[in-house]
Design a protein around this ligand. Structure first.
Ligand code: GLU
Length: 421
C-alpha cells in the first residue's frame, strides 16, 4: 500500500489516534477534526511589466477556543489548502502545548518567491492582506512568517492592515523587523527553543553535546540559527547541512561562515569548498547523534525511516515525519521529539512580541530568552511526564502522542468549559 502523504489526512490520523488513547468525547473530536473557518481568496497583484497577475491565497482558522488564531504565512509554489489546513491544526496543538493564549491558524499564497522581485513581493503581500483583512486582527487571528516569508513582508502586511483600519495596528502580525516593533529574540526563537529542548533531552539521555555529531536538513531561518546556536552554545560539531538543492558533509565539522559565502556566491550550500556533496535523502541517513530536519514536510517516511537512527531526532520543521515513519522510529528506539514541541519557540517568540505590542513596553533580549527557556523546558517535561504516566497505566506511547494528549486535552477542556459540547 502506498503511504498516505496528504498532510491534512496525516493530521487527522494523528488526532484520531490521540483521541482513542485518551478516550476523547465524540463531540469534542468532531469539532477538532476540521477547521472552524477556511478562507480561500483570489486576488490581483501588479507585476514588474505593469500588468496584474491573479494569485490564490488561503487563511485557515483551525480553532480559537483558547485564544485568537495564530500561525504563519507560507509563500510556496506548491501550496495547497490541504497543507494549510494541516499546518493550522498543528499550530493549534503547538500553542496549546506551550500553554499560551492562542488558538491555531495558518495561511499561504501560491507563488514562487525565487521568480519575483522586491516590488512584486510587496504588491503580493499587500494584496493578500487586503483580501483577508476581514479575517485577521490582534484579537482575531495573528499571522507571522513561515516558509519563504520574511520580517520585511510582515512589515508591509502590518502597514497595509493599519492603512485599512486608519490607525497603527502593530499587534496584527508578528515576526516584524525591530523598527516597527518586532521583538528582540523573535528571529532566532524557533531554533533557540528547539535547542533548549535538545539540552533537556541530552541531559535525560546522558549525551555529551560537546562530543555530539549533528546533521541539519535545511538552511532557512530555523536551520541556519540551529547551526550557529548548536555550535556556539553547546559546542556541537555540525557535520552536514543542506538546502533545497542538496547538502554537504564533512566529518571534521562544517564552517558556517564558509557556508554563507558558498550560498551567497553559488546559490547553494553545495558550493562549499571542502567536504563532499550529499543529497537531501543521504543527509538524513548519515550516522550522527542528532538529526535536525529543519526544512519541509514528509522528509522521513515509510521508505527511509528504517535507515534513520540518530540518538535524538529533533523535528524543527513542521511535519517532517510521516505516521508510518513515526512507528518505525519508535520501534527502533530513536528519541523522536515532535515538531509542535520542538519548534514551538517560534510561536512563543511571536506571543512575546504580541504581548509587548499590546502593552507598548519592550523587554531585553535576556528577559526574552529566559522566558522562552521556562516555557519550552516545561513543555518538554510535561511531555515526558505524560509518557511515563501512560506507561505506568500499561499504555506505551511515544513523545508525539504524549504531546497530542496534553494539547488536545487542553483545547477540549476549553471548549467544554465554554459550552461548545
Ligand atoms: N511559522 C511558525 C510556526 O510554524 C511561527 C508561527 C507564529 O509565530 O505565529 O510555528
Amino acid at each position: 500500500m502506498v503511504e498516505e502523504l496528504d498532510p491534512f489526512k496525516i493530521a487527522q490520523q494523528q488526532l484520531d489516534e490521540a483521541a482513542s488513547i485518551m478516550n476523547l468525547d465524540k463531540q469534542a473530536l468532531a469539532l477538532l477534526r476540521e477547521p472552524m473557518q477556511t478562507v480561500i481568496v483570489n486576488f490581483p497583484a501588479k507585476m514588474r511589466d505593469g500588468k496584474t497577475r491573479t494569485f490564490r491565497g488561503f487563511r485557515v482558522l483551525y480553532n480559537n477556543a483558547r485564544g485568537p488564531g495564530k500561525g504563519g504565512i507560507r509563500y510556496h509554489p506548491e501550496e495547497t489548502i490541504e497543507t494549510v489546513k494541516a499546518l493550522s491544526a498543528w499550530m493549534t496543538w503547538k500553542c496549546s502545548l506551550a500553554n499560551i493564549q492562542y488558538g491555531g491558524s495558518k495561511g499561504g499564497v501560491i507563488c514562487d518567491t525565487k521568480k519575483l522581485n522586491e516590488t512584486e513581493l510587496e504588491n503580493i503581500s499587500r494584496a493578500y492582506i487586503r483580501a483577508i483583512s476581514k479575517f485577521i486582527g490582534p484579537e482575531v487571528d495573528v499571522p507571522a512568517p513561515d516558509v519563504y516569508t520574511t520580517p520585511q513582508m510582515m512589515a508591509w502586511m502590518m502597514d497595509e492592515f493599519s492603512r485599512i483600519k486608519e490607525h497603527n495596528v502593530f499587534g496584527v502580525i508578528t515576526g516584524k523587523p525591530l523598527e516597527v516593533w518586532g521583538s528582540e529574540g523573535r528571529n532566532d526563537s524557533t531554533a533557540l527553543g528547539g535547542l533548549y529542548i535538545l539540552r533537556e533531552a541530552a541531559k535525560m539521555k546522558k549525551i555529551d553535546l560537546k562530543k555530539a555529531k549533528v546533521a541539519i536538513q535545511g538552511f532557512g531561518n530555523a536551520g541556519h540559527f540551529a547551526f550557529s546556536i548548536a555550535s556556539e552554545m553547546f559546542g556541537c560539531k555540525i557535520v552536514a547541512i543542506s538546502d533545497s538543492q542538496g547538502g554537504v558533509y564533512d566529518e571534521k565539522g562544517l564552517d558556517l561562515k564558509k557556508l554563507d559565502e558558498a550560498k551567497e556566491k553559488t546559490g547553494s550550500v553545495q558550493g562549499y569548498k571542502g567536504g563532499k556533496k550529499v543529497s537531501n535523502e543521504e543527509l538524513l541517513e548519515l550516522n550522527v547523534d542528532i538529526l535536525i530536519p529543519a526544512a519541509i514536510e514528509n522528509q522521513i517516511h515509510g521508505g527511509n525511516a528504517a535507515r534513520i537512527k540518530p540518538k535524538i531526532l529533533l523535528e524543527l520543521a513542521n511535519g517532517p515525519v510521516t505516521p508510518e515513519a513515526d512507528k518505525i522510529l519508535s520501534a527502533n528506539g530513536v528519541l523522536d521529539l515532535p515538531d509542535f514541541l520542538v519548534n514551538s519557540g517560534g510561536v512563543i517568540g511571536s506571543y512575546f512580541e504580541w504581548i509587548q505590542n499590546q502593552q507598548g513596553y519592550y523587554w531585553t533580549r535576556e528577559e526574552f530568552d529566559k522566558k522562552l527557556d521556562v516555557i519550552v523546558t516545561k513543555s518538554f517535561k510535561d511531555v515526558m511526564a505524560t509518557q511515563k504516566e501512560y506507561a505506568e497505566k500499561g499504555k506505551k506511547i511515544n513523545p508525539r502522542m504524549a504531546a497530542y494528549i496534553i494539547a488536545v486535552g487542553r483545547v477540549a477542556s476549553a471548549m467544554k468549559t465554554r459550552g461548545w459540547y
